[in-house]
Design a protein around this ligand. Structure first.
Ligand SMILES: Cc1cc2nc3c(=O)[nH]c(=O)nc-3n(C[C@H](O)[C@H](O)[C@H](O)COP(=O)(O)OP(=O)(O)OC[C@H]3O[C@@H](n4cnc5c(N)ncnc54)[C@H](O)[C@@H]3O)c2cc1C
Length: 561
């Protein structure tokens, strides 16, 4: 399948099938398009030192690409001035809350891919380790930097570092230019007219009135004489090499473990779009085993910025155009991509959005602390095959389908274990390739019943929910090999199988695979009751206050007795 580039001038914009905006509202935003010519030319100041001036492009963990990257394009628009791109990684990622193997591998592959692309421009990707502000300060002096460009990173709290970099620029008399690019819209701009936005419904209304996001831009053209244009060469000092997995704390044995399901990098991301489209267009709208085992997702590429979210959006939008056959696909796609946008937007205006405490949207449910339960959940050893299969896939591959995320999140929190969503989110931080703090915090709060509740709260039974999707247990057999030969009747509840069946399947429950760590009938009922009490209390408070807002800091004296 060949796809037109969404950044080419597309003629009249195509009509849209969607629940969010009308055709005209989507199209009315065309004036916002970041046309190449609109990216400012940054004029270097005159140099008094021997060294040439350098335009430094600060590459962020969410901007590992050349296409639709306004910060990169702006820095490249200055022929005759040396261009250097630098990615800085904080040692905290090795020693603090450590990125897991799959995330590191994906990051390293993406850096290697970007380095390859930059070589075509006659330059390299410089990778430096250290506290980003300190590294930038040093480079500004060592490289005679006159300008810095970067893409705003939308992660919770990243604005603090960005403010320090802006201040550094002022102090050193260096121009610092920042650009949007990790979300479809400038989330701050969306909030100007709705400073207290908290619901998805309101969000969709705002978008309805604004219209479609800007179209993406193409990567800057490669000049014929790169040396004369960008003043750099392809040599790269040893200290700026991309690290190996062994150098960021993994053993050589670990680094040999391959994961070719999601290979990092912009080139791979762009190549994978046709496969994504053809899979999703034909996928049944009813979830089944094939949906769970599908690996066409591009979310890891969006997270690391290997794929521009606007490029992704417009590729799909142009493709579906007014084709009614694509309506289902488009609705699902738009709902997902706008949920992402929604969480980024809300997170940008709610302090401590990623925390349980001091977060005005997070219900203060009185979670239990149970390290043993948490560890078995984390390691996929709960004795509930549906939950364990999902956690094991997450460890192995770094990605799981949305319904599995919902299932494991509900199980850990309001469904069975009554453990705070913050613990679950930390595990996702370590393991999930597409982990984004704003998005994940929003999803975790929603799944745990802590925020964004609308309508009846869905319940994900760890036994029956999976049976509805995948009755024969194909998904479980893939990720819990101990149970591979279990009959379908017992694969979701193997502890109920007669010993003779267990022996026939070559797996004794309690020996080869754990017994269930909790009695779901009991814990599920207790958790439901706890949540019901909270809901009743909220309902009463809201009624008495004649307001529909969930009261913040609501602490309930509920025990598990
Ligand atoms: C507990 C929990 C934690 C989650 N944490 C993350 C996270 O850290 N990062 C993340 O990107 N998604 C997260 N999600 C949302 C969702 O599960 C994934 O985005 C989705 O599974 C990606 O699948 P896809 O690429 O096939 O989506 P597609 O259907 O292809 O959607 C296109 C894009 O839209 C975005 N998207 C899709 N669904 C959602 C959604 N429900 N909420 C927000 N964005 C969405 C993704 O960026 C995705 O690439 C989480 C969900 C839950 C329940």
């Amino acid at each position: 399948m060949s796809l037109a580039s969404p950044s080419q001038s597309a003629g009249p914009a195509s009509p849209v099938i969607n629940e969010i905006g009308t055709e005209s509202s989507w199209d009315s935003l065309e004036y916002l398009v970041d046309k190449d010519s609109e990216i400012p030319v940054l004029t270097p100041k005159s140099s008094s030192s021997q060294q040439p001036y350098t335009f430094l492009h600060w590459v962020r963990m969410s901007s590992l690409r050349c296409h639709d990257n306004a910060a990169f394009t702006a820095a490249m628009k200055n022929p005759g001035t040396r261009f250097r791109a630098v990615f800085i990684y904080d040692p905290w990622f090795e020693s603090g809350q450590k990125f897991g193997l799959n995330r590191w591998r994906f990051l390293i592959e993406s850096l290697q891919d970007l380095d390859q692309s930059l070589q075509a421009y006659g330059t390299r990707l410089y990778v430096a380790k250290g506290q980003p502000l300190a590294v930038l300060e040093k480079l500004c002096s060592n490289w005679n930097v006159s300008s810095i460009t970067y893409q705003v990173d939308k992660d919770v709290n990243s604005h603090l570092l960005e403010e320090s970099v802006d201040a550094l620029g002022k102090e050193l008399n260096i121009s610092v230019s920042k650009f949007e690019g990790h979300t479809l819209y400038d989330t701050k701009m969306l909030l100007v007219s709705h400073p207290s936005l908290l619901t998805f419904k309101d969000f969709k209304q705002i978008l309805h009135s604004i219209g479609a996001p800007a179209r993406p831009t193409e990567a800057p053209q490669i000049p014929e004489d790169t040396m004369a244009t960008y003043g750099d060469d392809l040599s790269l000092p040893q200290e700026y090499r991309i690290p190996l997995l062994e150098e960021v704390g993994f053993s050589s044995q670990e680094s040999l473990r391959t994961n070719n399901l999601w290979v990092g990098g912009e080139s791979v991301a762009l190549q994978r779009i046709p496969e994504y489209v053809s899979k999703r267009m034909t996928q049944s709208s009813v979830f089944n085993a094939e949906t769970l085992l599908d690996k066409s997702s591009l979310s890891p590429y969006i997270r690391f910025g290997c794929l521009s979210v606007r490029y992704f959006f417009w590729t799909i939008k142009d493709l579906v155009a007014d084709d009614e056959k694509m309506e289902e696909f488009w609705k699902k796609f738009a709902s997902g991509i706008l949920s992402r946008e929604f969480f980024f937007t809300v997170a940008s205006q709610v302090p401590n959005f990623d925390c349980y405490s001091n977060n005005k949207v997070c219900l203060q449910l009185p979670w239990d602390k149970d390290v043993e339960l948490f560890e078995v959940w984390r390691n996929g050893k709960t004795g509930f095959p549906w939950i364990d299969a999902a956690m094991r896939q997450l460890w192995k591959e770094g990605w799981i389908h949305h319904v599995l995320r919902e299932s494991v999140a509900t199980f850990l929190t309001r469904g069975d274990m009554w453990i705070s969503w913050e613990y679950g989110k930390k595990v996702f931080w370590e393991l999930l390739l597409d982990f984004e703090t704003s998005v994940s915090s929003g999803c975790w709060m929603k799944s745990s019943g802590s925020a964004f509740l609308s309508g009846p709260v869905e319940y994900y039974c760890p036994v029956t929910y999976g049976i509805k999707i995948d009755p024969t247990g194909e998904y479980i057999r893939t990720y819990v090999p101990e149970l591979r030969n279990f009959p379908a009747d017992y694969i979701y509840c193997p502890w109920m199988a007669p010993v003779s069946e267990q022996e026939k399947a070559g797996c004794r429950i309690g020996t080869d695979y754990p017994n269930p760590i909790i009695d779901h009938a009991t814990t599920g009922a207790i958790c439901s009751e706890r949540l019901r009490s909270v809901m009743a209390l909220i309902h009463n408070v809201n009624k008495s206050e004649k307001s529909s807002l969930v009261p913040p800091q609501l602490v309930l004296p509920i025990t598990s007795q």
